[in-house]
Each structure stands twice: as C-alpha cells, then as structure tokens.
Design a protein around this ligand. Structure first.
Ligand code: GLA
Length: 388
C-alpha cells in the first residue's frame, strides 16, 4: 500500500510518525484540450494512480520535503523564503502550495513532508497536480480549514494549487489538472466549465459496456515550461483581444467562420479553429456519453486528435503513431491527451482488445526505433483525500 509506504518512509527519515497521509490522483483528459485557459470546457477523469504525502507540521517555519524517488535527500526551505527560484526543482510544486495558502492570508507553519507516487512522471498525466493537491489536502486538514468537505472548498484548494504551479513552479497552465484532482468523483468524468468554475459529473463506467480506456505513455520528452505551451496560450489571448471578446469561449461555433474572416494570420486562424471546435466537441461528447453512443465518442476523439495535430500543432511523431496504430487495431477512437509535445495518448477499446492493442502499439514503436511505450488500462478514480 503506497499510503503505508509514505508513512514508513517518513518514519525512516524523520524518526517519528507523521500526523497523517493524504493522496491525490493524476488525470487523463477525455476531450477538451487547450480549452481551459480559454474559459472553455474540458472532460477529464482522475486516474487510479496517485501521489501520497505523509505530513507532520513543524513549529520552526521550515518546510522539509523528501520523496522515495529522491532517496534520502531532504529539501529544506523556510516558508517565508519561498520564491520562484527557491527551493526550485520538483520541491517547488510542494513549496508553491505553502506559498499560495500563506499568501491567501492563512497563518502557515512549517512541515515535514515525505512523498511516494505511482503517477508516471513526465508522462503528461499530471504528476505535478497530484503532488500539489495531496499536500494542499493535508494543509486543509492540519490547519482545520475543512475545505475537503465540500466542492466549493475543493475548488478553492485547486485554485491555490494552480497558483503554486503558475507562480512558483513557473508553468503557465490553465487549471484543469488541479480541478479534476481535487473535485473528481469515482466512476465519473467531470465536465469542467473553465469560465464559470462549475463542474457537472458525467457517469463514466466503461466496464459496464465491455470497453476500456487504454493509456499509452509514449515516453517522449514532454515539458510544459519550455515555451511552446506559453506561446499557444499567448496566441489565443491575442486572438481573443483582436476579436473583442474576453476569451475564445465567447466565440460560438456557429460564429466561427465570421470570427476567422476577421483574423489576418493563417496560424492564428488555425489555433482559434481548434479551440472553438474543441469546445463544441466536448459538449457533443457529453451528449454521446449520456446516450451511450460510444461510436460517436470514438469519432469525437479522432476529430480532436486531428485538430490538435493539424490546427494546434501540439502532437508529435510518437503520439501520432500511438493513435494511428490503436485505430488500425480497431479502437473506437484515440487521441493525444494533456498538453502534448510528447506525453500520453488514450484509446477507447473493447475490453477484450486491451492486450492486443497494447502489443501492437509496442511493436510499432519497436519497429520505428522508438523507446518502448507504457500501456495500461485505467478507470475513473476518486479525488484527493485523507488515507491515514
Ligand atoms: C496541460 C495543462 C492544462 C491544460 C492541458 C491542455 O495539462 O496543465 O492546464 O491546458 O495541458 O489541455
């Protein structure tokens, strides 16, 4: 049990038991990619894979963070000294949460934190949001804030985690990952409205339909801090400004042609076309899921991938190969998931086909001389919470 492993690791390094263990999930997004920072819609699920934090508060104002991955190394920073440069590296995702909660006016003490995770790192499955959200959950309980007890409180915790990532970790991400990690419900996908902050839970239980959601971690380099993500975001913001709207959410799909005619530059037109049609696909996907029309869900996955590849230009060779191979092998639909430029793809497949499709994708990667991908089926898990 990873929760027990986190507590044991804490005990080994600190010589005493933690006050508790909290965990939070990674995610895959079913559809609605690069829409969150445009005030749009997204439809993620929480993964069964989670990050676990064993935590004990300290009264000397120091945050001391260790993880099973980092061996016995402990990163030590005074809460008052946390900045985008300090402590830097992976510990900044933890320190950023302390910083954001402190900045909101809460009196935040120091803490010892030990982390254990089974969310693959660098796979585009939101290991960073899982990290932020499990420590935010621990702070809510240990400071007696009670925010885990209702969805409004969870939305507040998610906002702190996003602030941590944007300001202290330096990744200008849009908030989908933290929202699902904090607000998921098991066996449901969450329809996130990133303009209103609202969430609608949509039943998502593929096993009842003898289907499975296969994740292919392409193991291709993926970094959201490397400028491409920020460039896409800037180009959407500029397009919204020149169209005279607050965000691209305010461009209805029925008004897309008119909006495109008002944009001079072909690349910007392609970016806007992706965002506006993708938001529409989310709505259609929710309708199809509610109606049990899984063929339509599959078609929408494929249309989303094509749009991300050709109009938004955030796919890559490995993602395209995973998607094309899964479709060749009879998947109902497949698409890249998350920010892109590497990371993971998802495929909607019949339960009986999981192994065959996984083997075919692995074989295709081998033949192309690429690193061996990681293939695993997932179900929709629960949100962040206390484990022990
Ligand atoms: C990353 C970001 C999210 C979102 C996706 C693309 O996962 O963290 O905020 O923008 O990319 O949909």
């Amino acid at each position: 049990m990873p929760a027990a492993a986190a507590a044991e690791g804490f005990h080994r390094l600190r010589g005493s038991a933690p006050e508790g263990v909290w965990s939070a999930p990674g995610r895959v997004n079913l559809i609605g990619e690069h829409t969150d920072y445009n005030g749009g819609l997204a439809l993620p699920i929480a993964l069964p894979q989670r990050t676990y934090a064993a935590v004990r508060l300290r009264d000397d104002g120091h945050l001391r963070v260790s993880s099973d991955v980092a061996g016995g190394d402990v990163v030590d920073v005074a809460v008052a000294d946390i900045t985008p440069d300090l402590p830097g590296g992976w510990a900044s995702y933890v320190a950023g949460v302390w910083w954001a909660v402190h900045r909101s006016g809460q009196d935040v003490p120091g803490a010892d934190v030990h982390l254990v995770s089974d969310v693959p790192v660098g796979a585009g499955l939101s290991s960073s949001a899982a990290l932020e959200c499990c420590v935010a959950a621990s702070l809510s309980d240990l400071l007696g804030l009670g925010l885990l007890e209702h969805d409004d409180g969870r939305a507040r915790l998610a906002a702190w985690c996003q602030e941590a990532e944007n300001v202290i970790a330096g990744a200008p991400t849009g908030g989908m990952d933290q929202a699902i990690s904090m607000r998921a419900i098991e066996a449901h996908a969450a329809l996130l409205d990133c303009r209103s902050g609202g969430v609608e839970q949509v039943p998502f239980d593929l096993t009842a339909r003898a289907l499975a959601l296969l994740v292919v971690d392409t193991r291709a380099e993926h970094a959201l801090v490397d400028g491409q993500y920020a460039a896409r975001r800037r180009s959407c913001e500029r397009a919204a400004a020149s169209l005279g709207v607050a965000t691209l959410r305010d461009v209805p799909v029925t008004g897309l042609d008119d909006a495109l005619a008002r944009l001079g530059d072909a690349v910007t037109r392609a970016r806007v076309r992706h965002v506006v049609t993708e938001i529409d696909r989310v709505t259609r996907c929710v309708t199809a899921l509610r109606a049990g029309d899984v063929d339509e869900v599959g078609r929408l996955f494929v249309a989303s991938h094509t749009s991300l590849r050709d109009d938004y230009e955030v796919s890559c060779r490995e993602l395209d190969l995973a998607v094309d191979t899964a479709l060749d092998q009879g998947a109902l639909g497949a698409r890249m998931t998350g920010g892109g430029f590497g990371g993971s793809a998802i495929a909607l497949v019949r339960s009986d086909d999981v192994e065959r499709v996984s083997a075919a994708v692995t074989e295709a990667f081998n033949r192309a001389g690429l690193r061996e991908p990681g293939c695993f089926a997932v179900t929709a898990g629960p949100a962040a919470g206390r484990d022990a």
